[in-house]
Design a protein around this ligand. Structure first.
Ligand code: ARG
Length: 612
């Protein structure tokens, strides 16, 4: 997090507790070896040492690694030499683990006996859900996502915002934050003049009553097509919008009709996606809130008139001017966002306010935030009264659909509802092929189809473009939502096959755990499981749900390896076998993995089917 570094994962997790103990051992050793030479640095601070642990590049090196480069720089000694000197003073209790040196790092191998027992206990605890935290308590976060435009269809472009935002909101909540999910509908602006002209010119009544969504959309596309050869249309549209602004009852009625049609369409999509909002608001809501902010800006001497328009000059900051009011008196998208910033700040006094909007609007947000920054400085607000540091644009890349860029204007638009329906249909076909006897298969097909779409939008790094292809989205084996869902179903099936309640943690003892996790696959599996809490913290820190996607894929892949693991005689090691004690530990592990994958899927917005 930008403002202060929240530690979502303190030492209360199994992994955190180990780190803390190791950090303490290392601190003592470093202090005894280099007290004088490192005194002026932070390299002996417990906090620094605790947070400097990394994951070794090669899991065979160990479970945690401490980079020695910062020490090399100050001590001007080779890393292996430093390791040698530190080891002399290093005392690690045997039940904690051991240290070794490779490639400039101290590598720590945990003793998995106590550790895995503590971890499995943590996972099954009924008091606190594994990975959750109270670190966000008292820090309210606003997340604005989706925000489609009225009288335009809900395109796959808004889909990514919806899915990223909804998932971030869930993660923040899981980490203890109070969140407010906001949908800010585009329901004001000159496009409504265009819609009204189109509606009147080409029998919109009929078009919309036949098919509300496509009807409205076709009117919109037709207007833009004909506008090129008939510029008088643009003029008419401007006049119509002015009438709407002046409150002409007939115009308002039509506008409300468009809103109503769009609302219903959007809601259908949200229902399929399982996305909700705490507040649905819109641009027009801010219509009567702009005068006061324009007044404040003017009073602070921040506005000027340029060719008849009222602007805030941002040249000094290498930004185009923020246009507040056009020559004809009309306000703009930016004016409404500036007013909205102030409104949200006054109403919610947030810790952070996030705008999940495509990177194409980066300059727009820079301008709006800069205007607020200038205003807060001009008004001499105290740090507590200022929001500038707390508002953030969270951009994301474009969505291409089977290699085609999407544009609403020219009719290349893919209807989102069609995409979702096709995904569900394809999932149904897959189930029919793989598991024809599956009960409630329609339900499962919906979970898989929708999950596949959601996952494609999240698994790519936020700032990268998504190139959506059907083949990749629905692949049960690749890095996909269905693969994770399939792994979850496999874990459920093991539990069904076990046929008894999964044993409780009282069945675990350190010796048994040590035996169980002695091979590399098991070891990687359990230490990866342990990382869940900190992966969630990284999602929150970077506003990056893709971290959780890669983490879950790693975990699922490791489990599937574990499931197919062979012993030294090349024989499959079954999860349920005649060794009752080991079977008990394996089943506890299975249940912990199942819960974690289910939780992870749910945080991303996917359902976790029990069978598929
Ligand atoms: N409705 C806008 C669009 O589709 C997105 C709104 C983003 N949010 C905002 N506060 N400006 O382009």
């Amino acid at each position: 997090m930008g403002i202060d570094s929240i530690k979502y994962t303190g030492s209360e997790t199994a992994l955190g507790a180990c780190r803390l103990k190791l950090a303490e051992c290392l601190r003592a050793a470093l202090t005894s070896a280099y007290k004088d030479s490192l005194n002026d640095t932070n390299l002996l601070d417990a906090d620094y040492i605790y947070s400097s642990f990394e994951r070794p590049r090669n899991p065979e090196f160990g479970d945690l690694a401490t980079p020695l480069f910062p020490y090399v720089k100050v001590l001007k000694k080779a890393p292996d030499k430093i390791f040698g000197e530190v080891s002399e003073a290093l005392e690690i209790p045997k039940e904690l683990g051991e240290a070794s040196f490779a490639g400039g790092y101290i590598n720590w191998k945990l003793n998995l006996g106590d550790f895995s027992k503590a971890l499995l206990d943590e996972c099954l605890s009924s008091e606190k859900q594994f990975g959750s935290s109270q670190a966000g308590a008292g820090k309210r976060i606003l997340v604005e996502y989706s925000s489609p435009n009225i009288a335009k269809p809900f395109g796959i472009g808004h889909l990514r915002s919806t899915i990223i935002g909804a998932s971030l909101k869930r993660v923040f909540e899981f980490l203890g934050h109070e969140t407010v999910g906001i949908n800010y509908l585009g329901d004001w602006g000159t496009q409504f003049g265009k819609m009204i002209v189109a509606y009147r010119t080409w029998d919109g009544e009929k078009a919309i009553s036949e098919d509300p969504v496509r009807g409205a959309y076709n009117l919109y596309v037709r207007f833009h097509e004909e506008e090129d050869s008939n510029p008088s249309l643009s003029d008419q549209a401007r006049k119509e919008f002015k009438k709407l602004e002046d409150g002409n009852p007939e115009s308002v009625k039509l506008w409300e009709k468009f809103k109503d049609v769009s609302h219903r369409e959007f809601q259908r999509v949200y229902d399929i996606l399982g996305v909700e909002f705490d507040l649905v608001t819109s641009e027009s809501f801010l219509n009567d809130k702009m005068e006061s902010i324009i007044g404040r800006l003017t009073k602070a001497n921040l506005t000027e008139t340029s060719r008849g328009a009222l602007i805030v000059n941002l040249e000094e900051y290498n930004l185009p001017p923020a246009l507040l009011r056009k020559q004809d008196g009309a306000t703009l998208y930016a004016t409404r966002d500036i007013a909205g910033l102030v409104y949200r700040w006054n109403k919610y006094n947030f810790y952070e306010s996030l705008y999940i909007v495509g990177s194409a609007q980066a300059d727009h947000f820079k301008q709006a935030f800069k205007v607020i920054d200038l205003l807060e400085s001009a008004e001499n607000l105290s740090d507590k009264e200022r929001m500038t540091e707390r508002v953030k644009h969270i951009p994301f890349g474009w969505v291409k659909f089977e290699d085609k860029a999407l544009s609403t204007r020219r009719g290349h638009l893919i209807m989102l509802e069609d995409v979702l329906k096709k995904a569900i249909y394809l999932a149904k076909e897959k189930i029919a092929e793989k598991n024809p006897d599956l009960a409630k298969s329609d339900n499962v097909a919906e979970q898989i189809g929708v999950g596949a779409i959601i996952y494609t939008q999240l698994s790519v790094r936020r700032l990268k473009d998504v190139n959506f292809t059907w083949a990749a989205a629905l692949n049960f084996e690749g890095e996909t939502g269905p693969y994770l869902q399939y792994t979850h179903a496999r874990l459920c099936s093991l539990i069904r096959k076990y046929g008894k309640p999964v044993p409780g943690v009282e069945r675990l003892d350190s010796e048994l755990c040590e035996k169980m996790f002695s091979d590399q696959i098991s070891r990687s599996l359990i230490t990866t499981l342990a990382r869940f809490p900190e992966e969630l913290a990284h999602v929150a820190r970077d506003y990056e749900p893709s971290h959780l996607c890669s983490y879950l894929t790693d975990l699922a892949t490791l489990f599937n390896k574990f499931y197919q693991r062979k012993n030294s005689h090349g024989k499959l090691v079954r999860i349920i076998d005649e060794d009752e004690n080991l079977t008990a530990v394996r089943m506890i592990l299975v249940e912990c993995l199942r819960r974690t994958i289910e939780r992870g899927l749910n945080l991303l917005g996917l359902k976790a089917p029990q069978e598929m």
